[in-house]
Every structure is written in C-alpha cells, then in structure tokens.
Design a protein around this ligand. Structure first.
Ligand code: ZN
Length: 138
C-alpha cells in the first residue's frame, strides 16, 4: 500500500492481493482515526458482498472470484469498543458491464485500488440497535 498525505486527507493506493478491510484497519490504527469517510475505485479479484435481510436479521452473502471493476466504494470508519470499524459498500461490474453491489465483507484487490480517506473531526461510534439487529451510528 502506498500512502500519499494531503493537507486534510489521504490517498491510499492498494496493491494486487491486498485485502481492503485489513489495510483499512491497519491504516486507522496507525493514524489513530476516530472517524473517517472514504471513496474509491479500482479492481477486485475476490469479493464477498451482501445484503442485510432485515426480516431474518442476517446478511445474505455472495462471492465473486473473477476479475471485477470496482465502480465505486463508499464507506465510513467508526470506533466500536476502542477498535476501528469500517463500514463499506460498493458497486462492481464484470465482463457484461452490468452493475452488482452490496455491503462489502471481503475484497481482495485485483490490479489496483485507489482510495481517498477524509478523517473527521468528530469521533464516530456505533451502538447495537435492538429493532434492526445492527450496530448503527450514534
Ligand atoms: Zn452495510
């Protein structure tokens, strides 16, 4: 991962084979981030995305082990019990150029992944919400 520090934000360039959440967690820990917002694009080689089934109160996951374009990543980082937690959604496309998307559980970088991360001045925290079964932003 290459890191370019801008005045109030960072550009991260991930390399082929790096896993998105591992890099993001390490970056948040090393930079003591209390809250951040991210956007990005690139390519993935292994991907697991899902939809939260509100009735069943669990995620429905689907994996894609072929090269995909990362059309758009968007997400935020909060703190849960002292640990950085990244919530990332993304849209992707394959050879047919049709978009798929969802909550990103695991993303292994294909060719590259270019991220813009903006640290927030306010600490973001999450608390378990009984009605949805999710840890929602406070
Ligand atoms: Zn989500």
């Amino acid at each position: 991962m290459k890191h370019i520090q801008l005045t109030n934000s960072s550009l991260l360039v991930l390399e082929k084979g790096e896993e998105l959440h591992e890099v993001l967690k390490r970056f948040a820990e090393e930079n003591d981030l209390k809250g951040a917002w991210l956007s990005g694009l690139g390519a993935s080689s292994d991907l697991e995305i899902g939809l939260y089934d509100i009735e069943a109160r669990e995620y429905r996951w689907k994996t894609y082990s072929e090269p995909l374009e990362i059309l758009q990543l968007t997400g935020n980082q909060s703190v849960i019990e002292g640990e950085p937690f990244w919530h990332v959604h993304g849209s992707f496309s394959g050879r047919d150029l049709r978009a798929i998307g969802g909550h990103v559980k695991r993303l292994v970088v294909g060719v590259t992944c270019e991220l813009h991360i903006v640290p927030l001045e306010t600490e973001l925290t999450r608390t378990y919400d009984e009605s949805t079964g999710l840890k929602l932003l406070n």
